[in-house]
Design a protein around this ligand. Structure first.
Ligand code: DQA
Length: 142
């Protein structure tokens, strides 16, 4: 399966950003780990991170013919980006929304996802295992 893993704003700072909430590992460590898990083996991955909404949307458009499944941690864009939501719903690729932290038990603004309805599942609060769970859901639905 061809899988893209997209990470939104500020996730490039994982490892130093609020480690009490997001852990000590860098984004790169996390993505390498995901690809090397037994679930990841035999599949092709492309990883992308950007702090810019438009760049994320362009990446999703560009990969729409290659990719067969998407794991996305939209970070703060989760809570307000209708443009990202439209991009996901425009490409018709099964997508799982993932979060490291449990967004439902944090500030009120984080409890709202405008992305959720255009995804096949939302996984949150499992740290890096949220990405692994997202991968398993994609594989199960393939
Ligand atoms: C996050 C949760 C978001 O609310 C936040 O803006 C992030 C990270 C998470 O992975 O827990 O940047 O998506």
């Amino acid at each position: 399966m061809n899988i893209v893993v997209v990470n939104g704003p500020n996730l490039n700072l994982l490892g130093e950003r609020n480690p009490d909430i997001y852990g000590n590992e860098t984004l790169e460590e996390l993505m390498v780990w995901l690809e090397k898990t037994p679930s990841g083996s035999g599949h092709s991955f492309k990883f992308f991170q950007s702090n810019h909404e438009g760049e994320i949307i362009d990446f999703i458009h560009d990969e729409r013919h290659w990719c067969e499944g998407m794991i996305i941690n939209p970070a703060a864009l989760t809570h307000y980006s209708y443009a990202l939501r439209d991009a996901i719903s425009s490409i018709n690729i099964p997508t799982v929304e993932v979060h490291l932290s449990d967004i439902l038990s944090r500030e009120e603004f984080r409890q709202i996802s405008v992305i959720k309805q255009v995804c096949i599942a939302q996984v949150s609060g499992m740290g890096k295992n949220s990405y692994l769970e997202g991968l398993k859901i994609l594989l199960k639905n393939y």
